[in-house]
Write a protein that binds this ligand. Structure first.
Ligand code: 7PM
Length: 286
């Protein structure tokens, strides 16, 4: 397996620089009432703040805030509704903690408002395909995560047909990458994500997990999010969402060994402990 060193070792997130020479953890903070694994328990602001604090103590370097659920059967959420969920939380977190906040949204209007409230990473599962998204991303000049998916969450499962899933994901990511660069998004601001759970069945997800390293050909930092996802349940013969932690950790270890820089997870402390093994072997192993 060939791992080229990344051309760039730090991600510039406002006044915080994120060191990408070792794996980093992004903690998922969901504020959608229908979010699939937290059951809306964090809708309340003070509960979300407590949850954020425990993720930071656990070692998260980024908190990912989502106001719109991307689950296949989710009701579409208006930009106003997303703003009402996300902005008060960004303000509250920014006031209390000195950390990197990313926003899981496809709406340029929502990200722009969140950026003004102190968020510094745009996490877009639709990879800047909404009208005006490319322009806003270039103007704001902040890091953006471009994730691979096909269609929309409601239709993506019928689009899970690939010649070679890894090569197809790479080609389709490079199309979004080129679009972003052409619109004026700076190369240093781009992070790529293969999009586990989005338009991939179990077999395709496993092949992708085995061949992730090939995406290093694109020469951008990689992020992966597989925490609690269906593929983990399926390989264990139908494990429930709250029974997928150990499988998720193993998948994350496979990913960092193939060059992934950021792990997006619900289980921050466990992931950080798992990564300590990797980091220490890298630094002190022989
Ligand atoms: C229902 C289904 C609820 C799926 C939530 C989800 C990713 C993401 C999500 C990812 C990036 C989840 C997903 N997944 N952003 N947002 N990468 N960059 O499990 O894999 O959190 S939503």
């Amino acid at each position: 397996m060939k791992l080229h060193p990344l051309p760039q070792q730090t991600l510039d997130c406002g006044h915080i620089k994120l060191d990408l020479s070792r794996p980093q953890v992004m903690g998922i903070l969901n504020v959608t009432p229908d979010s699939f694994s937290d059951g809306g328990r964090f809708t309340d602001l003070s509960t979300a703040i407590t949850q954020a604090e425990s993720m930071l103590i656990g070692g998260a370097s980024i908190l990912d805030i989502g106001g719109e659920s991307t689950r296949p059967d989710a009701m579409p959420v208006s930009a106003q509704e997303e703003l009402d969920r996300v902005i008060p939380l960004v303000e509250a977190l920014n006031q209390r903690f000195d950390t990197i906040l990313s926003i899981d949204t496809s709406s340029p209007e929502v990200f722009k408002a969140a950026a003004h409230a102190g968020a510094t990473i745009w996490n877009d599962v639709r990879a800047l395909t909404r009208p005006n998204a490319l322009t806003v991303a270039a103007e704001l000049d902040l890091p953006v995560i471009l994730m691979h998916m096909r269609g929309e969450p409601a239709t993506m499962n019928s689009l899970a047909i690939y010649d070679d899933v890894t090569q197809d994901v790479q080609n389709e990511l490079s199309i979004r990458l080129e679009a972003a660069l052409a619109a004026g998004v700076r190369r240093e601001n781009i992070i790529l994500d293969m999009g586990f759970g989005f338009a991939k069945n179990t077999t395709q997800s496993l092949k992708l997990l085995d061949e992730l390293w090939q995406l290093n050909d694109l020469c951008f930092p990689l992020l992966m999010g597989i925490s609690r996802k269906r593929v983990l349940g399926e390989i264990m013969g139908g494990a429930a969402v709250d029974e997928r932690l150990y499988a998720g950790l193993a998948a994350a270890m496979l990913a960092v060994q193939q060059g992934v820089s950021i792990i997006r997870t619900h289980d921050v402390r466990a992931t950080v402990e798992m990564l300590m093994v990797y980091t220490h072997v890298q630094n002190e192993g022989h």
